[in-house]
Design a protein around this ligand. Structure first.
Ligand SMILES: [Zn+2]
Length: 189
């Protein structure tokens, strides 16, 4: 394991890692196949919205994604009444560091965004959100998908490095992810 400092600022650019080192965690489900090669937070979020719509017949537009330097006991949060989902940038970096596998990173992103998206839809009970997250992931990605497992199990079971780097903070500013919730696909190249 490398020093957390030396590549801490490698950035959260999906594009640079696409195509490398995929793990064989995809099933034959077409959504699972699509998620495995998603190349941005926006692309993953489009899939989250489609999954929720299919299972719950609910949707919401106009959300903003912020990557923030927040304490590592919080993976992400949505403040009720706001239109922002804030993801813990440190944990994203730890997850990125712990696996170069794009499909595993995307399963993590899908699960985190789905969880917070359910909060934005008005679900406030954590147990209910976890169960709904599992149900929606099962229905959309197939029952054996990693994202469904991540919905109901502690993240450090999948990324043991999270506890190893528990104190890691990047001291970065909050940053807003551009074009996160636009239905335009023009940026997908
Ligand atoms: Zn929650």
């Amino acid at each position: 394991m490398s020093n957390p400092e030396d590549d801490a600022m490698e950035g959260l650019n999906y594009q640079e890692r696409v195509g490398r080192n995929r793990v064989n965690s995809t099933n034959s489900n077409p959504n699972s196949t699509q998620l495995a090669v998603a190349t941005s937070f926006g692309q993953v979020f489009e899939m989250v919205k489609r999954a929720a719509e299919q299972s719950l017949d609910m949707h919401r537009a106009g959300l903003t994604l912020v990557l923030g330097d927040i304490p590592n006991n919080v993976g992400a949060y949505h403040e009720l009444g706001s239109n922002a989902i804030v993801m813990n940038r440190n944990i994203v970096k730890i997850v990125w560091r712990s696996t170069p596998a794009v499909d595993k990173r995307n399963a993590f992103t899908f699960m985190i965004l789905l969880h917070e998206y359910l909060h934005t839809l008005g679900f406030t009970d954590e147990g209910q959100v976890a169960e709904l997250g599992k149900k929606i992931a099962d229905e959309f990605l197939g029952r054996d998908h990693l994202a469904g497992e991540m919905a109901v199990k502690p993240l450090d079971q999948f990324f043991p490095e999270i506890s190893q780097f528990a104190m890691f903070r990047d001291k970065g500013q909050y940053e807003t992810v551009e074009r996160f919730d636009s239905s335009s696909t023009s940026y997908i190249r």
